[in-house]
Write a protein of this length. Structure first.
Length: 204
């Protein structure tokens, strides 16, 4: 995306050219009074970026714990608590809605655990986790919506798959020593048991 923007548009665009509006909306902890302030201020799109930076400076200065929680746990909860288009899915497929939410929660939970574990034990997944952390950090700058979490689900699916593969590998490794011990015990019992006398070719 960044390379494409640099080649096609002749400029480096990290997020978007019209990102001031979602950037400003993201400075309202838990989206409280966001729309009321937007309508009351009547800021143009050019002014919104400046006002957003002023709100961030004031917020982290006067209420650092609230803003720190909002820009980490709070926005992550808003992003991943529900699947994308969950309202439409609930309306279109009400019978599947509970399963859809459970599957989404499982992928998010296992995926996050898999990425964290993989970042420690796997060089390949370490790169995936690093890219995922970069994308997540970019998403946390703006207003949290399930739409922003949708591209990140691919990283969580990779983390889930890695965790499942590691679990299956651990189970196989745990079962192999028992099979080896059982085979050795069987061989030992066969050698210790009294052997019938061998007969010759003609019964002698």
């Amino acid at each position: 995306m960044w390379v494409r923007n640099a080649v096609v548009l002749d400029q480096v665009i990290l997020t978007a050219t019209g990102s001031a509006n979602p950037f400003l909306a993201g400075t309202y902890p838990y989206l409280k009074n966001m729309l009321a302030d937007f309508y009351a201020l009547g800021l143009t799109s050019e002014d919104q970026g400046w006002f957003a930076r002023q709100r961030l400076i004031k917020g982290f200065t006067t209420e650092p714990l609230l803003y720190l929680k909002w820009y980490t746990i709070g926005k992550i909860q808003f992003l991943f608590e529900k699947p994308w288009l969950y309202q439409q899915i609930d309306d279109w497929f009400p019978a599947l809605s509970p399963w859809n939410h459970r599957l989404h929660a499982a992928i998010c939970g296992f995926g996050a655990a898999g990425l964290l574990y993989g970042a420690v034990v796997s060089r390949r997944l370490r790169a995936v986790a690093a890219f995922g952390a970069l994308f997540l950090a970019l998403y946390l700058l703006f207003v949290p919506t399930t739409l922003y979490a949708y591209p990140f689900m691919a990283f969580l699916m990779l983390g889930t798959a890695f965790l499942l593969c590691e679990g299956m590998r651990a189970l196989r490794s745990a079962r192999r020593p028992h099979r080896f011990v059982d085979r050795m015990a069987l061989e030992q019992a066969r050698w210790d048991s009294p052997q019938p006398p061998r007969r010759g070719m003609f019964g002698g």
